[in-house]
Design a binder for this molecule. Structure first.
Ligand SMILES: Cc1cc2nc3c(=O)[nH]c(=O)nc-3n(C[C@H](O)[C@H](O)[C@H](O)COP(=O)(O)OP(=O)(O)OC[C@H]3O[C@@H](n4cnc5c(N)ncnc54)[C@H](O)[C@@H]3O)c2cc1C
Length: 387
């Protein structure tokens, strides 16, 4: 029987779904991805910090990261055959906590351990010995991932999925889906801004930060908003070769970026407005990042900003986690709202959505906790670890 799957959004999530669907080689199935920005100038996947961690407050995020890491390793192993990989760099996340943050971090560590994540916990004394360049004043707890964490090239991940999907016959269309057309209880077409109407049997909304306007055309209310995150690449006269990926008590994120450093911080809730222009907000660096880093790493007093950019988190304002599954018309599916962890979770989400569309159920990792129904039933999966 023939079947056509129409995916709107060709970022890491949409391309991963297309890739995993294509690998099932289901007879008679056609897969189409509609992407309005084929140069990926505004796609979150091209503007990401692209790191992966196992330390989350919800089990589903940990399990998605475990598969994500294994998958990125697999991509690296394929490099010699394919000629391209994802540039995975192993490096643990070091979370620093003050006395107010200690209990939540310890709970998270316990959960991670119960799921097989390897961690090193430090007393303040041990931390000073391990990282003498770090000012440990005011710290009550520190924990570092040992394996399964690091960073990768986000653009390469998206292209990896895209190339492999194309090779397997997935068709990519340049265009903007402006609405879905329905016939009875089902979506029949994706209508594009150039007047084309793409007919299909199954429709997946993987439009990232912009999924809500598309969902609303079939009455699906998605609490996902484009929230700007500014990234700063800085240089320092002092090298710190053993720098882990650091999450400071202030929420500042810091990691190595070739011979420089990459840092960012989430804005305060009052300043975290929807749809702000994609210009880096320098005030975040001046007022939050720099003072926090200069205090935590005295050698960073003399930082210099080399380069900046900004991209959108596709932020789920209700519980800060992805929304994955069927919603609205019976052939309408959604995979969006990953709130700052969509790159690392893209392999697991793609595999799961392919299972759901093919078998009507999850066969490996059960993503039903991320079902859109939870937004109605109130069974929220609140992820505390969003940076
Ligand atoms: C600064 C920053 C740092 C980040 N750091 C990390 C990190 O360290 N680790 C991590 O895992 N994640 C991180 N993220 C989050 C991560 O980048 C996202 O979760 C992920 O890229 C989401 O992928 P996506 O495919 O859903 O969205 P996108 O990559 O945005 O793809 C959605 C695509 O849909 C297209 N589209 C939208 N509407 C339509 C339409 N109507 N018709 C056709 N096409 C449409 C868009 O053009 C876009 O290309 C970060 C994000 C930012 C901005």
């Amino acid at each position: 029987m023939s079947e056509k799957v129409v995916i709107t959004g060709g970022g890491a999530i949409g391309c991963s779904i297309a890739y995993f669907l294509s690998q099932q080689k289901k007879a008679g199935r056609e897969i189409v991805v509609i992407e309005r920005d084929p140069a990926y100038q505004r796609a979150s996947s091209a503007l990401s910090a692209s790191s992966i961690r196992q330390q989350f407050s919800t089990p589903i995020c940990i399990q998605l990261s475990q598969f994500g890491y294994d998958f990125f390793r697999f991509c690296e192993e394929q490099k010699s055959t394919l000629g391209y990989g994802v540039d995975l760099v192993d490096c643990g996340y070091l979370f620093l906590g003050n006395s107010d943050q200690e209990a939540a971090l310890r709970r998270r560590s316990e959960l991670a351990r119960s799921l097989g994540v390897k961690l090193a916990e430090y007393t303040v004394h041990e931390l000073k010995e391990r990282y003498p360049w770090l000012n440990a004043d005011g710290l009550a707890y520190a924990v570092e991932g040992v394996g399964g964490e690091g960073w990768f090239d986000g653009y390469s991940v998206m292209q990896w999925f895209r190339k492999r999907a194309r090779e397997a016959g997935v068709k990519f269309i340049s265009g903007e889906t402006i609405r879905y057309r329905t016939a009875g209880d089902r979506i029949s077409h994706a209508e594009l801004s150039d007047g084309q109407a793409i007919a299909g049997d199954v429709f997946v909304n993987a439009a990232g930060a912009w999924c809500a306007p598309l969902g609303s055309t079939v009455g699906v209310d998605l609490p996902v908003r484009p929230r700007r995150r500014s990234a700063f690449v800085v240089s320092s006269p002092t090298a710190i070769p053993d720098l882990p990926i650091l999450i400071d008590t202030s929420g500042v994120y810091l990691r190595r970026e070739q011979n420089h450093f990459l840092c960012l911080v989430s804005p305060s809730p009052e300043q975290d407005l929807d749809d702000l222009p994609l210009d880096a907000n320098f005030a975040e660096f001046e007022e939050v990042i720099w003072p926090a880093l200069a205090e935590r790493i005295p050698a960073f007093e003399a930082l210099r900003v080399e380069h900046t950019w900004a991209g959108y988190y596709e932020y789920n304002v209700v519980d800060h986690n992805g929304i994955v599954g069927q919603s609205g018309p019976e052939n309408s599916f959604i995979a969006a709202g990953f709130s700052g962890h969509g790159m690392m979770h893209s392999p697991g989400v793609g595999r799961a959505m392919a299972e759901l569309l093919t078998f009507g159920e999850y066969r490996t990792l059960d993503l039903s906790p991320l079902s859109p129904d939870r937004l109605m039933t109130g069974n929220l999966i609140v992820e505390e670890g969003v940076y």
